[in-house]
Write a protein that binds this ligand. Sequence first.
Ligand code: PGA
Length: 269
Amino acid sequence: MKDADDRSLRLAGMSVIVVENAAEVCRLAADHVEAAIRSALAACGRAVLGLATGATPEAVYGRLADRHEAGALSFRDVTTYNLDEYYPISPIDPRSYRSYMHRHLFGRVDLAPDRAHVLDGTVPEGFAAEHAAEFDRWIQADGGLDFQLLGIGRNGHIGFNEPTDLPVAESLRLPTRLVELHPVTRADAVREFGSIEAVIPRALTMGVGTILSARSILSLATGPRKAEAVAAALTGPMTSAVPASLLQSAADRVIWIIDEPAAGLLPGG
Ligand code: PGA
C-alpha cells in the first residue's frame, strides 16, 4: 500500500516511488514481491523470482518470512534464482550468498531446496563459463524470470555487473559469467569480510541481459551513499559506466523504490 506522503516520479520512463526511510522501502518492497508471487501463481500456477543479496533486501526477506510463518504466504510453487555469488567460495562459508539466503529467507520458508538456485562458488574454474551458461539456460527452461529484485551498488552496479567502457549494445546482452569485482565493490565488501585483503575479488553474476529479460524488475536503494548512483541511473544517459542506467532500456517494466536520502540528488529531491 502506498501512503499519501509517498512521492511518485517518472524518470527515463521508469516509475520511481520515494518513501521516507529504509524501513518503508522494505515494507513496500515486500508488498511488491508478494504481489509478484500472487500474480504469477494466478497466471500460470508458479512463480519464478530473481533475488538479490546485500544489506538492503535483508528486511524485505524478514517481512516475507514473517508472512510465511503467519500462514499468509507460501513459497511452495516458487522457484528462485539469485543474482550472484563470490568465487571461489564454499556454500557453507557464512559469507557466501548461499548462506545469506539460508539465514534470511530459504531457512524460514517452504521453498523447495532444489528450486532455490544460487550460482555455485565451488565449480572448478575451467567449468565456470559452462556453469554460468547453464544457469541462464535453466532460467529460460523455467519460463524466464517473472520478477527480479535488485539493489544498486555505490558505483551503479547491478548484481556484480560492474562499470565498464563497453558499448551499451554489448552490455545489454551480457550473460551470466565470472567477473572481477570493482574497487568500490571490494571496499564495500569489507563489511562482510573484515578487511580489504580478505575480500574475495571475483564473483559469478547474472548478466545484464538476463536481468533485463525479467518480466518485472524492482530496484531498491536506501541511504545517502546511494544518491549519486541513483541520480546517474535515473537521470543520466544509458551508459555501461553506470550499469543501473541500462535499466532504462526496459523502462516500462522497472519500478524503483527508494528512500528520501537516496533520492537526495533527484529533481525536486
Ligand atoms: P547493499 O548492496 O544492499 O549491501 O548496499 C547493494 C548492491 O551492491 O547491489
